[in-house]
Design a protein around this ligand. Structure first.
Ligand code: THU
Length: 141
């Protein structure tokens, strides 16, 4: 994904709708071990929204974050041109994607908007480059 593409940011209305869908997906989380339920909603520039939730496993290391579930679902459906991801969790502060998710998001989404929301509706919105400065990507290879 080119880091020089024009910077666009979804409207507050669209971010709110993404957060709503992420919250619904969070309701489908399989998190019996951590009990930390996360939902995500990934939006393309053309308006498609794909959701994900975290899916844990009794073999803990196999667990998958909500963000990566959303990205892999979307990519496997042939979608591209991602604009923003909304992440919803119940925490004292908005939940930022973990390190591996940041790397996966950079690979498939480039410098997208990351909208982090808690259950009280408090949110923080950053660009992925703020969460992953000096990324490792194909330009390094
Ligand atoms: N988790 C996510 O799904 N996304 C995040 O951004 C942070 C962590 C999940 C992984 C695991 O199922 C649970 O939250 C506790 O780490």
């Amino acid at each position: 994904m080119s880091p020089t593409r024009p910077k666009r940011r979804p409207s507050r209305t669209i971010l709110a709708e993404m957060a709503r869908l992420a919250g619904e997906a969070r309701g489908r989380a399989h998190a019996p071990y951590s009990k930390f339920r996360v939902g995500a909603a990934l939006k393309t520039r053309t308006g498609e929204i794909v959701t994900g939730c975290n899916i844990e496993n009794a073999s803990y290391g196999l667990s998958m974050c909500a963000e990566r579930v959303a990205v892999f679902k979307a990519v496997s459906e042939g979608l591209s041109g991602f604009e923003a991801i909304s992440v919803v969790a119940d925490a004292r502060r908005p939940t930022a994607p973990c390190g591996p998710c940041r790397q996966i998001l950079w690979e498939f989404c480039g410098n997208i908007v990351v909208h982090m929301v808690d259950l009280k509706g408090r949110s923080r919105t950053l660009r992925l480059s703020e969460l992953l400065p000096l990324p490792f990507d194909q330009r390094n290879l």
